[in-house]
Design a protein around this ligand. Sequence first.
Ligand SMILES: Cc1ncc(COP(=O)(O)O)c(C=O)c1O
Length: 447
Amino acid sequence: MTALPKRNLDKSNAQFQRALKRLPLGVSSTFRYWGDDRTIYVHHGKGGRTWDIDGNNYVDYRLGYGPAILGYADDRVDAAASKGMEVGGVFALSTERELIVADRISRMVPAAELVRFSNSGTEAVMAALRLARAYTGREQYLLVEGGYHGLFDAAMWMSNMDEWDLGSNQDPELVPYGKGIPPTVKQLAHITPMNNYERLEDMFKKHGDKLAAMLIEPIQGNCCSIMAEVEYVRLARELCTKYGVMLIIDEVKSGFRVGKSGIQGLMGVTPDITTFAKAVANGYPISVVAGREEVMRHFRYGGASHGGTYTAHSVSLAAAEETLRILDETDALETIANYGESLKAGISKILDARNIVHSYTGHPSMFGLFFAETPPNNYRAWKTSDYSFYDTMAHYLHDLNIIVEPDSREPWFICEAHGKDPSCLTDTLNAVERAVDLVLEHGVMTE
Ligand SMILES: Cc1ncc(COP(=O)(O)O)c(C=O)c1O
């Protein structure tokens, strides 16, 4: 039997034990805890790579869940951010650069007629839903199964796929993501399976006149990058228009990544409100809520409240200006997509040579890998795919110095720096080959 790969994680493990005494689970976000002896602490990142405090050097396909679109510590963006620091931070007043960045966003994304800034994806989507409610005077909203829209209570409802009986005729139960989310909020939420046209029409027939908004991620960045069919998003657009519901296209992950005008541009569907975050400033904290002028004007005194102490921070704004300039004016997005295609082709070659049936979802800049002949077209179908092979492979990939999310629901994110450093591709494919062989030899892990 081939020996299992092993990394030295002594320093990370010691750090974990110390951190545990001060930080719940030893981390600042629950998703960063990967087990008592596998939680890593970062020393630094550069380009498409991350170094942990033990000196392990990883090719990183999580990229912080997507923000590092150009790569970590990009010199161009960091130089701009340093200049932004000279402005002085936040003033509870406005600076000229807000308009410069808003103009760029508007030029890149036609639906963004007017723009407001926030700090995180959660804040932007929260503002979008509030705006939809202010504009329509309604409270209820529609979610799509497999979507994720942040950590605020209204967004923290999902279909309980883990306990869903595939053979039953029942829908999975709508459950909160965790404790502390008031059950009373549930009364306002509805959920529908993606790419099911009939169910969508039924939902609008039943609840359309009470809905303030429909929130959709047409490329599900938190569910294997499963894509909505263009016709499905068009139907959503039609139904929203017919029933006076705000269509919110959440592009927190896909925005400025899958194309200059996001997935909405690729699909040719215009939302009423849209949200962006991750790629906007290559990791500096800033997000965007944007949309139709008539709707956006409801951000006003006596309308929908919006703002916040750190909104439009001078460092993040300067980083956004430079990141968006690069994405708009250079071939960065092409470099990213080409690398994604090469990576997929390389992985396929390895899997085909071993007769392992597989497929991909999403866009080359954020793709999901499946061990099934056809990729799932919604969250329910994900349940039927063999994700245990993927999860085991991901475990070995970490030990082989490739960072991917341990859970198959998170796509592989590509940055420009991956495409500029040929060793990223060769290191990754060598590791994938070894990881696949290890799964074949040792079997899948069940825990
Ligand atoms: C589509 C989508 N919306 C909203 C959010 C929340 O963003 P944040 O984590 O910045 O609050 C995320 C985060 O992953 C996301 O993917």
